[in-house]
Design a protein around this ligand. Structure first.
Ligand code: FAD
Ligand code: SF4
Length: 461
């Protein structure tokens, strides 16, 4: 796929890959063998009928192709850009055994972009008013999917979002150069045109509790994600210019710090930046830092390249943009200047031992291999957990042993009747498509249950 020049792009936030042209899309779709038992479909968490949509692309029936995808996935312009296809659908493509697999994600993005750019997106048909109301807490991919599905079924839907913009990680986390905000905003605007209400700056658990929502709504979906950052717990972690990835990316993306002073959030400044972690979040932080003036950005990751959890494309793009990788390395303390700003990290080298519970080989420190990694900014990107605010205000809703909301997997209903949950708040940090898939299951189950439930007497909220 054609993409922005690697030197030029390190000084802007525009999207890196340009997307397929029609000619490239036709050529790529023409490679598909139309397998009788297509492994790609099993590899897709929402089982898109991949051979069917790819064949439609090959026949230049782009409109039909995008409709086919949307039967299973409402937001192909988003998933085509951010799904880890190399470990999902494309990992199972038969062509990948000897050559490159069919670029399923890029084709998905192509048809969705084509539909948007040619003004072919129609407001979906809304069924007759069901006389029932749904509250959706959180506007990430899980919440947006529930809202879209339930609205189409004729329910009145209100989304409550804690932040001042809807979209969840798609807006505050994933940077513009990977997922343009305009793509996400287009989908949210469509939901609004369908009649979905969006209430921003509403922290549920604080402004209203789940029980209070149940007084006004027939069912509630909780899709609040897992946005509370984990820290390393190391000496010096509270020094100045040590950020959590969440804070750093929220400032940069949602609050547009990179456009300071046009926007009034100051830009975190660092010349030598160390990013700790190896997932998409770490790559996003590193690639943001390089675009905002850092002269040297280093990813510090405790396992080897093979275990990096980030999407292959992000690792490749980060490398192309000059980001260094210090693999098999772990920080053991942060070092500060006299005025309490970070000036480096003492690190230790690691080697891989036996596999741990995750199936990946456990990193083991190599005694005496300590060294100092200089940095004037450090970003901790080692993962996130659940924010407890909803649980604390809903004590009768059970959590699982890991501290996430417990649900019945085939309905996503929690232990509290008429309250459903899905996405990262159930699985822990996962992927956009899994959050969307969970939203779909919840909407289907909610509809099945509410269709049989009597109309509630209630006040307007
Ligand atoms: P979220 O997207 O987290 O949305 C939850 C929403 O709920 C947020 O808007 C939050 O503000 C709101 N909220 C929280 N608490 C409350 C409350 N009490 N009241 C009201 N609203 C509340 N996945 C991929 O598949 N591919 C990628 O490339 C990828 N890159 C990522 C990069 C970053 C930087 C991050 C952080 C994650 C990435 N992920 C990626 C993971 C993916 O984004 C998440 O798995 C997905 O967004 C989870 O969706 P969700 O709907 O469960 O929650
Ligand atoms: Fe086409 Fe590959 Fe799927 Fe076979 S596995 S149907 S070649 S995309």
């Amino acid at each position: 796929m054609p993409e922005q020049d690697r030197v030029v792009r390190t000084s802007n936030f525009q999207e890196v890959p340009y997307g397929f042209t029609s000619e490239l899309a036709l050529l790529e779709a023409g490679r598909c063998l139309q397998c009788k038992k297509p492994g790609c479909v099993d590899g897709c968490p929402v089982n898109i009928d991949i051979p069917a949509f790819v064949e439609m692309v090959a026949q230049e029936k782009f409109d039909a192709a995008v409709k086919k995808i949307k039967e299973a996935n409402l937001f192909p312009s988003i998933c085509g850009r951010v799904c880890p296809q190399e470990s999902q659908c494309e990992a199972h493509c038969i062509l990948g055994k000897k050559d490159e697999p069919v670029a399923i994600g890029r084709l998905e993005r192509f048809v969705a972009d084509w539909e948007r750019k040619t003004d072919m997106v129609k407001i979906p048909e809304i069924k007759i008013n069901a006389g029932k109301r749904i509250a959706v807490v959180g506007s990430g991919p899980a919440g947006l999917t529930v809202a879209a599905d339930m609205r189409q079924l004729g329910y009145e839907v209100t989304i409550y979002e804690a932040l001042h913009e809807p979209g969840g990680v798609l807006i505050y986390g994933i940077p513009e150069f990977r997922l343009p905000k305009s793509v996400v905003k287009f989908e949210i605007d469509l939901l609004k045109k369908m009649g979905v209400r969006v209430e921003l700056n509403h922290i549920i658990g604080n402004i209203l509790t789940i029980d209070e929502l149940l007084e006004h709504f027939d069912a509630v979906f909780i899709g609040v994600g897992a946005g509370a950052p984990w820290f390393l717990g190391l000496e010096g972690e509270s020094l100045g210019n040590v950020f959590s990835a969440n804070e750093y990316l929220t400032r940069m993306n949602l609050m547009k710090a990179y456009r300071f002073p046009e926007y009034d959030t100051p830009k975190p400044k660092g010349n030598k930046v160390a990013v700790i972690g190896g997932g998409n979040v770490a790559m996003d932080c590193a690639r943001t830092a390089i675009r905002t003036g850092a002269t040297e950005v280093t990813i510090i990751y405790r396992r080897s390249r093979q275990e990096l959890p980030a999407r292959a494309e992000e690792v490749h793009h980060a490398g192309d943009e000059g980001i260094k990788f210090r693999l098999l390395t772990s920080p053991i303390r942060f070092l500060g200047t006299d005025n309490k700003m970070v000036k480096g990290m003492e690190c230790i080298k690691m080697q891989l031992g036996e596999p741990d519970a995750s199936g990946r080989r456990r990193p083991v420190p190599i005694e005496g291999s300590n060294f100092v990694q200089e940095c004037d900014m450090a970003i901790v990107a080692i993962g996130n957990g659940p924010n407890p605010i909803i649980f604390q205000s809903t004590p009768d809703m059970k959590l699982d042993t890991r501290g996430y909301i417990q649900v019945t997997p085939d309905t996503m209903e929690t232990t509290k009747e008429f309250v459903y949950a899905g996405g990262d708040i159930v699985t822990g940090s996962a992927t956009v498509i899994l959050a969307m898939g969970a939203g779909r299951i919840a909407a289907k189950a909610m509809h099945a249950k509410l269709s049989k439930a009597p109309l509630k007497k209630r006040n307007n909220i």
